[in-house]
Write a protein that binds this ligand. Structure first.
Ligand code: ADE
Length: 262
């Protein structure tokens, strides 16, 4: 067998990323414990290559915002040849029934701050002709199933420990923009403009656009850290410090273990 054929038989890795370390959970430690990792630095980011919960992965931090997310997704695709991308992290709740401690798995993503009107319709990515980027349905289903198992196993204990109102899993539209949304007025305006939006964050739609342009499947999961209102920054900070890690570790472990067993 030629080396080219042997190489093509190797399983392509999964790209797994978050904006901030607290949002990635224990993934890098799990990779280190499972047989070590190789760290490659590209564009001022460290990409950790190895196996987590028996799945070959490239794990990294995008940092905050759409440009950072797009650059990281691009490197995952071009330098590491990932077969798919999974993004994990926190978000502000926008849907009226979405509460702190809930989890949202994106079915589709849109950039709420993109406005090239009147040249192009509001929210449309100019010259691509697209407003909504679909998540990969099979991957999003796997992720949502992992979230349901996590909530069933650990939701009640987390709710009691952190005084949350329980934890529910939602599927739907996630909107992204280069703004931390932190006033009742602004989240109200987003709700009015995009009534189907469940959650707002700062990276997902950029990842989804890059994946769409390269035909790479992607899925995005977000735990609700705040409700994007006047209390958002305090709620975000304490959720990120105290809770986000437990959600990401628990969801990703179940997601990866199921993939390894598939
Ligand atoms: N990520 C978490 N909370 C957010 C908010 N309120 N706005 C934007 N991104 C967020």
């Amino acid at each position: 067998m030629s080396s080219e054929t042997m190489e093509s038989k190797q399983q392509r890795p999964l790209g797994v990323l978050a904006a901030l370390p607290q949002e990635l959970g224990d993934l890098v430690d799990a990779m280190r414990a499972e047989g070590g990792l190789r760290t490659v630095t590209v564009g001022r980011r460290d990409y950790h290559v190895g196996t987590v919960h028996r799945v070959p992965c490239v794990v990294t931090l995008a940092r905050i915002g759409k440009v950072a997310a797009a650059a990281t997704a691009s490197a995952l695709i071009h330098v590491f040849d990932v077969e798919a991308i999974v993004f994990t992290g926190v978000a502000g709740g926008v849907g009226s029934h979405v509460r702190v401690g809930d989890v949202v798995v994106a079915n589709a993503l849109l950039q709420h701050d993109l406005d090239a009107s009147p040249l192009f319709p509001r929210y449309e990515v100019p010259l691509l002709g697209v407003t909504h980027f679909a998540a990969d349905l099979a991957l999003a289903d796997e992720l949502a199933a992992a979230c349901e198992r996590f909530v069933a196993d650990e939701g009640a204990a987390l709710a009691e420990q952190f005084r949350l109102n329980g934890a529910r899993v939602h599927r739907g539209l996630v909107i992204s923009g280069d703004r931390f949304v932190s006033s009742s007025e602004e989240v109200g305006a987003l709700r009015a403009a995009l009534p189907e939006a469940l959650a707002v964050e700062m990276e997902g739609a950029a990842i989804a656009q890059v994946c769409y342009e390269h035909d790479v499947p992607c899925a995005i999961v977000r735990t609700i850290s705040d409700t994007a209102d006047d209390h958002a920054s305090a709620s975000f900070t304490s959720f990120l410090t105290d809770i986000a890690h437990a959600y990401s570790s628990g969801i990703l472990r179940r997601f990866l273990e199921a993939r390894a067993g598939a």
